[in-house]
Design a protein around this ligand. Structure first.
Ligand code: AMP
Length: 189
């Protein structure tokens, strides 16, 4: 079993690369953004609670996110391992994830930071908005907000994980397959 986190700004390719890893290795994908969007679509109370944060590019409160991840972990059978995508995004979430996984006896092995310059992120998100149907990709003010929130709240986690000796920096620019090869190397798979 291999459990790892994809850290990276919006548009860095976490979802794209997760899809390739899932196809090749059968990991379970826990993408908090995908889960919130699915909850919103189904009209659940969690979706309604999360909506105003998703719409504005702000983070959903930590307690809501952590509770949701805990439930998903409990509901997922033993498997090849978990890809945490878009989670954790704050120090509180990172510490909660460590506690949850330690309790389950399946600690996090790697944290991959996909590094992409801001100008390329803006181009990719504008392109993605043509097909994603995501209102938060289509509005440049919200894109800027998400990039700022990432820099202020999430990027500091690189210190937390490099102190644990788990962080690998992966250049997220280039051909998709080339980036995928770098990721496999970092994961030793
Ligand atoms: P993403 O699909 O990862 O870009 O996430 C879309 C939106 O979902 C974010 O802008 C946040 O509003 C919310 N979200 C996703 N994951 C988290 C998280 N771990 N903590 C707080 N909010 C989150």
């Amino acid at each position: 079993m291999l459990n790892f986190v994809f850290l990276g700004p919006p548009g860095s390719g976490k979802g794209t690369q997760s899809a390739k890893l899932i196809e090749d290795f059968g990991f379970v994908h826990l993408s908090t953004g995908d889960i919130f969007r699915a909850e919103l679509k189904s009209g659940s109370s969690l979706g309604l609670e999360a909506k105003r944060y998703l719409d504005s590019g702000m983070l959903v409160p930590d307690d809501v996110v952590v509770r949701m991840i805990e439930q998903k972990l409990d509901a997922s059978p033993a498997n090849a391992g978990f890809i945490f995508d878009g989670f954790p995004r704050t120090q509180v979430q990172a510490e909660a994830l460590d506690r949850l996984l330690e309790f389950k006896g399946m600690p996090l092995q790697f944290v991959l930071l996909l590094e992409v310059p801001d100008a390329i992120l803006r181009d990719r998100l504008a392109e993605r908005s043509k097909t994603s149907g995501r209102s938060d990709d289509a509005d440049s003010d919200i894109i800027e907000k998400r990039i700022r929130v990432y820099q202020n709240e999430t990027l500091p986690l690189t210190d937390f994980y490099s102190q644990q000796g788990k962080l690998s920096r992966v250049p997220g620019v280039g051909h998709i397959d080339e980036i995928y090869a770098r990721i496999r190397l970092a994961l030793h798979i």
